[in-house]
Design a protein around this ligand. Structure first.
Ligand SMILES: *Cc1c(COP(=O)(O)O)cnc(C)c1O
Length: 413
C-alpha cells in the first residue's frame, strides 16, 4: 500500500484495461469465449512457444480474469497475481507448486476445515508430508522444521479462535531456515493487510468472502510478493531458471492449474471486479458494526464473554493494530451460559441469517461446535478452542440498530 500514492478504491476503480475496449466500455466486459483466433501461423506458434503473450484458451487465461488480476496488482504490493476457481484451488495449487514429493509443510493446527483436510489427507497421499504446530509458538514451529521443510502455512486470523500469528517473529524464523511463508489472508484482505511489509512471501485468499461483494461467486487468488528466491526450492528450480521471480505464478499457470483445471471463469471475474472496487466501504462498515456490537455485548448480562481483536483488551488487540491497521476482519465470537441457551437464542433470530459462510454482506451466525466441528471428538474440539457455549458471528453491513434489536429480542428470557 505504501508504495502507491493513490488510495485503494481509486486504484481499483481506475486500473487500466490490459487493452483498449473496442466500444470504450467503462466496466470491463465479460469475455466468456473459450478460444481466441490468431492472424498467422507465426503468431500462434510464437504464443504457444511462450515467445509472446496472447489469450489462446480460457482455461489458461482470459481477458476478464486478466483484468481482475491486474486490478489486484494495482491495489497491492504483489509482484505476481493469479486468480483461480476457489479459495481451495488457490491453496492446493500453491502448495503443490512449492513442495516436491518428499518435502514437507509445517502448518497451523487451527485452519479452515477443508484446508486442514487437504493437508491431513490429500497432500500426504501425493507424497507431501505435513506437520501441524501451534504457529504462535516459535519453539514449537522450530522443533518440527527440518531441511525438507519448504513452507509455513497458516491463516492471518484463525477462526473461530481469532488467534493471530506474530508475523515478524514467524518470518524471521522462516528467513533463517529458508522456508516460504504462505499466509491465507481471506479474513484480512489487502485493504487492511500489507502482507509484504510483514514478511509474508505468498498470500492466498478465498475471494468468495470479502472480495466477491457479499459471497456472490466462488473464487480464489494467489498474490506472490516475490520475496523468496525460488532457485532454493527443488519444486521450482527449473521454473526459476526460466522465469526468475515469476517462477511460482508461471508454474501455476503453465502447469498446475492448467492441468488440474482450477481456473476462474470470466463471469466470476466480473463479480470479483465489481466487488473489489467497493470492498473497503463494506469492510469499514462491517468493522464499525463489530465495534458497536462489542459495546452492546459488554453491557448485556447474558453475554458471558466475547472476542473480537479490534476491541481494546481482547487478546489479539495489539497484533491486530500492528498487522491489520486495527481492522481485523469482521468475525466475532461470544459465549452464552449453555449450549441450550445458544440453540434457543439461535432459533429466535429474525434478521441475522443461520448460515456457515463468512463475510457475506448479510450478518451470518452459526454454532460451530454442533456444525462445522461436529465430526471431531470432545477432546479435539476442546484443543481447537471450540466450546459448546460459543457462537460465531460474521458481521455484515446492515444498520447496526437492526442487529442490536435482533440480539435484544433473541436474548430475552
Ligand atoms: C472460505 C475459506 C477458504 C476456502 O475458500 P473457498 O472459496 O470456499 O474454496 C479458505 N480459507 C479460509 C480462511 C476461508 O474462510
Amino acid at each position: 500500500m505504501s508504495e502507491n500514492k493513490k488510495g485503494f478504491i481509486t486504484r481499483a476503480l481506475h486500473a487500466e484495461f490490459p487493452k483498449d475496449d473496442a466500444y470504450n466500455a467503462l466496466h470491463m466486459p465479460v469475455y466468456d469465449g473459450v478460444a481466441y483466433e490468431f492472424d498467422t501461423a507465426e503468431d500462434i506458434a510464437d504464443t504457444f512457444a511462450g515467445k509472446k503473450f496472447a489469450h489462446a484458451y480460457s482455461r489458461t487465461s482470459n481477458p476478464t480474469v486478466e483484468y481482475f488480476e491486474k486490478k489486484l496488482k494495482a491495489v497491492t504490493n504483489a509482484h505476481g497475481v493469479i486468480a483461480l476457481a476457489s479459495g481451495m484451488a488457490a491453496i492446493s495449487n500453491v502448495l503443490m507448486s512449492l513442495v516436491e514429493q518428499g518435502g514437507n509443510v509445517v502448518a497451523s493446527n487451527h485452519l479452515f476445515g477443508h484446508s486442514y483436510a487437504l493437508l491431513k489427507r490429500t497432500l500426504p497421499s501425493l507424497g507431501i508430508e505435513v506437520r501441524f504446530a501451534d504457529m504462535t509458538n516459535v519453539e514449537a514451529i522450530e522443533s518440527v522444521s527440518d531441511d525438507k521443510t519448504r513452507v509455513y502455512f497458516f491463516e492471518s486470523i484463525t477462526n473461530p479462535q481469532l488467534e493471530i500469528v506474530d508475523l515478524d517473529v514467524l518470518s524471521q524464523l522462516a528467513r533463517k531456515k529458508n522456508i516460504v511463508v504462505v499466509c491465507d489472508s481471506t479474513i484480512t484482505p489487502s485493504y487492511v493487510f500489507d502482507s509484504k511489509k510483514f514478511g509474508v512471501d505468498v498470500e492466498v485468499m478465498s475471494t468468495t468472502k470479502f472480495i466477491s461483494g457479499g459471497a456472490a461467486a466462488f473464487g480464489g487468488v494467489v498474490l506472490d510478493n516475490a520475496t523468496y528466491d525460488y532457485s532454493n526450492l527443488p519444486a521450482l528450480k527449473m521454473w526459476s531458471d526460466k522465469f526468475g521471480k515469476d517462477a511460482l505464478v508461471a508454474r501455476i499457470r503453465k502447469e498446475i492449474f492448467r492441468h488440474l483445471g482450477g481456473t476462474m471463469t470470466a463471469h466470476t471475474a466480473h463479480f470479483m471486479n465489481l466487488g473489489l472496487d467497493i470492498m473497503p466501504l463494506r469492510i469499514d462498515r462491517c468493522i464499525e458494526n463489530c465495534l458497536d456490537l462489542g459495546q452492546f455485548f459488554s453491557q448485556h448480562q447474558r453475554i458471558i464473554s466475547y472476542n473480537y481483536p479490534g476491541i481494546e483488551g481482547s487478546k489479539g488487540y495489539e497484533l491486530a493494530k500492528k498487522q491489520f491497521n486495527g481492522k481485523p476482519g469482521a468475525v466475532m465470537t461470544f459465549d452464552l451460559e449453555s449450549k441450550e441457551a445458544c440453540f434457543k437464542f439461535y432459533n429466535r433470530l429474525k434478521v441475522m441469517r443461520k448460515a456457515t459462510n463468512l463475510n457475506d454482506n448479510k450478518t451470518l451466525i452459526i454454532h460451530p461446535e454442533s456444525t462445522i466441528y461436529a465430526e471431531f471428538s470432545e477432546r479435539e474440539k476442546a484443543d481447537m478452542g471450540v466450546r459448546p457455549t460459543m457462537m460465531r458471528l460474521s458481521v455484515g453491513i446492515e444498520e447496526v440498530e437492526d442487529l442490536i434489536a435482533d440480539f435484544t429480542q433473541a436474548l430475552e428470557n
